[in-house]
Design a protein around this ligand. Sequence first.
Ligand SMILES: NC(=O)c1ccc[n+]([C@@H]2O[C@H](COP(=O)([O-])OP(=O)(O)OC[C@H]3O[C@@H](n4cnc5c(N)ncnc54)[C@H](OP(=O)(O)O)[C@@H]3O)[C@@H](O)[C@H]2O)c1
Length: 337
Amino acid sequence: MKSYELQGPDGAEGLRLVDRPVPHPAAGQVLVRMKAATLNYRDLLTVKGGYGSRQKFPLIPVSDGAGTVESVGAGVRQFAAGDRVVGSFFENWLASEPSDAKMHAALGGSVDGVLTEYRVFPAHALVKTPPHLGDEEAAALPCAGLTAWSAVVKLGGVKPGQTVLTQGTGGVSLFALQFAKMCGARVIATSSSDAKIERLKSLGADVTINYATTPDWGKKARELTSHGVDLVIEVGGVGTLNESIRATRIGGTIAFIGVLAGPPPANSRLPLIVMQQQRLQGVTVGSVEDLQAMCNAISLNGMKPVIDRTFSFNQVREAFAYMASGAHFGKVAIAIS
Ligand SMILES: NC(=O)c1ccc[n+]([C@@H]2O[C@H](COP(=O)([O-])OP(=O)(O)OC[C@H]3O[C@@H](n4cnc5c(N)ncnc54)[C@H](OP(=O)(O)O)[C@@H]3O)[C@@H](O)[C@H]2O)c1
């Protein structure tokens, strides 16, 4: 089978297409013929060794994939050949609270990922693909989808009538917008691009702010609500946190997810988190149980992930370069077979 392999932290340029034997599913395992993968910002970091000492080489990169069951090992009853499936980001975080042990096996980081024609998964790490989704759409669910689900639904507890602020138009943020709308919330969505802002509106964003031309977008968001937003999807990190604190109501929540905005600004408002009794909620993807709950909601609501562009299996480096350019709106996909 063809697989992409990294011998070291050499970036996307170091990706090599290699031949590996098709693995056999042992007891409790499932052999999946991978059909599609999608890229996350994390994949841009992991190909450069972003997982540090936990990262092994040679490594098959990329965490998020979907495919079709080829065969199952002894004792596997819940899946059969032909079932369409999605793999969990953390193979061994099945349910409840995370722990070091549950988060040890992270696809495309500490264990092989999905940029390969076949992959063996433990049966407990798979869920069935929502039937209305294509393989590329399904491949968007494990990291970006589930992180947004955890931030908005599981940890954010968003209720109808509340206001959620999303930052930018990457994978996590667009899922968060869609889940917030599914919950009946009002969404204030930001982007650095007026063209992308038009697309945010068609996805259901109630209010939009160009964060490039309105650098005090947190103040603006606060003014647009009577008392501040209930939840911020913080994908920028410390570089955007000041404005997020400004945007958030007393007692509100900041779902702390990403690092897109770089180093911390001067005059940090971090002390206000204490004075305003705001909750800074760390989010780390989610469990298999959460993945199943999200897929149920996606199926029931007929929700479709936003796929910006699909590259072929021999255009993987181009896909990484496109993702790194930030030109995308939603997910960048790779068709595997
Ligand atoms: N904690 C977790 O479990 C977890 C899981 C998934 C992702 N993450 C993290 O979450 C972040 C987002 O991941 P992703 O895969 O969704 O990224 P992505 O698809 O690469 O997002 C890129 C987009 O983010 C927006 N952006 C960039 N810098 C920004 C800034 N300073 N302020 C606001 N928006 C900005 C831009 O949107 P516009 O072009 O519209 O401006 C850009 O196009 C990453 O840092 C990733 O590592 C964490």
